[in-house]
Design a protein around this ligand. Structure first.
Ligand code: 5AD
Ligand code: FES
Length: 353
């Protein structure tokens, strides 16, 4: 049995097999087979459904200084903002009216949003919208904070690992950060019972086939419920201003591979993919992605949450994005749905690894 058939049958790859598979990425027949298998699995578990998640970028203050990121601490050219609890509740109200059943609270690592402030916020949202899922995406925190927020009602947590390759991790982040702490956070989140999302950028500076192979091996070990990948896009006010953007084509291939590795995974067609290619998200669905995350943040703050240059939808009201996205999803042969869309089947039990 060749490596592609073995991968399709076993849903697993060693690091060496990943690298062997990457060498076949230019072979159109191989890629067709992988894409078709990815779509078969996507349709088996989710039909043609694409889940909408409402993204609320509630603070662009960040104590970190990641070399790739537009809201890094040392970027003094952006205006910092922080939505109040009431502002965030208004975003949720708008989102709920539009039909959303997941709110993703994303922000920089902003110390103002302490354990207690976040808990209070989560409780308020849950009280107002008990049938909605809350996804947090606020970085590396203590186990105590993760626990408190789960108890307050948070359901899911997104924390991209960014790269599972130690030396690559070092070249993307300052000394104060470490891959080991990031991984530790992800395992703690799982242990606490969150539905967890990991992920990485495609084509970030210094990324090699070896690093991508490590990413895939790490994902198989962690078994996250969600995986977010998107092309790296340079931001003009960062250390990587002059670096080349990642490839849409490679991102699409990796989306299909991840669908096969983790068949039931919730896999977004990311804004970065839609930024590099006007039809990027549509191509993402056709490669196996089944989630989109339109923006519910106030339009006046959108531009201030530019992680990379030319981010799309920064001028569009949520209602406008909703219509635009429904149409786009439909054109790709899928259907945009508004249900909570939890990870299917096996109950996420506390302590499950
Ligand atoms: N290009 C693409 N993605 C980026 N992110 C941060 N900066 C960039 C960039 N310049 C991604 C990171 C982060 C997520 C919120 O956005 O992977 O985890
Ligand atoms: Fe925002 Fe299309 S998704 S305008």
């Amino acid at each position: 049995m060749d490596i592609v058939d073995k991968f399709i049958t076993t849903h697993s790859l060693t690091k060496a097999e990943c690298i062997a598979l990457f060498q076949l990425f230019d072979d159109e027949n191989v890629m067709k087979k992988i894409r078709e298998e990815a779509v078969r699995l996507q349709k088996k578990y989710y039909g043609t459904k694409v889940y909408a998640r409402g993204l609320i970028e509630f603070t662009n203050y960040c104590k970190n200084n990641c070399y790739y990121c537009g809201i890094r601490r040392d970027n003094h050219h952006i205006k910092r903002y922080r939505l109040s609890e009431d502002d965030i509740l208004s975003c949720c109200e708008n989102g709920a009216r539009l039909g959303f059943h997941t709110f993703v609270l994303q922000g920089g690592e902003d110390p103002w949003y302490t354990k207690d402030r976040m808990s209070h916020l989560i409780r308020r949202i849950k009280k107002e919208y008990p049938d909605c899922a809350i996804t947090l995406s606020v970085g590396e925190k203590s186990q105590e904070e993760y626990l408190a927020w789960k108890e307050a009602g948070a359901d899911r947590y997104l924390l991209r690992h960014e790269t599972a390759d130690e030396s690559h991790y070092r070249s993307l982040h300052p000394e104060s950060m470490s891959l080991s702490n990031r991984k530790k956070c992800l395992y703690e989140l799982k242990e606490i019972g969150y539905q967890v999302g990991a992920g990485f950028m495609v084509g970030s500076p210094g990324q090699t086939w070896e690093s991508l192979a490590k990413d895939l091996v790490f994902l198989q070990k962690l078994k996250p419920q969600m995986v977010g990948i998107g092309p790296f896009i340079p931001h003009h006010d960062t250390v990587f201003a002059d670096k080349k953007a990642g490839s849409v084509d490679l991102t699409l291939k990796l989306l299909s591979v991840i669908r096969i590795l983790l068949p039931k995974v919730l896999l977004p067609a990311t804004t970065a993919l839609g930024t590099l290619d006007p039809l990027g998200r549509e191509k993402g669905f056709c490669a196996g992605a089944n989630v989109v995350m339109p923006n519910l943040s106030p339009v006046e703050n959108r531009k201030q949450y530019e992680l990379y240059d030319n981010k799309i939808c920064t001028g569009d009201e949520a209602a406008q994005c909703k219509n635009c996205l429904s149409r786009r999803v439909k054109n790709a042969g899928y259907e945009l749905v508004w249900e909570r869309g939890d990870y299917p089947e096996e109950k996420i039990t506390k302590g499950a690894k």
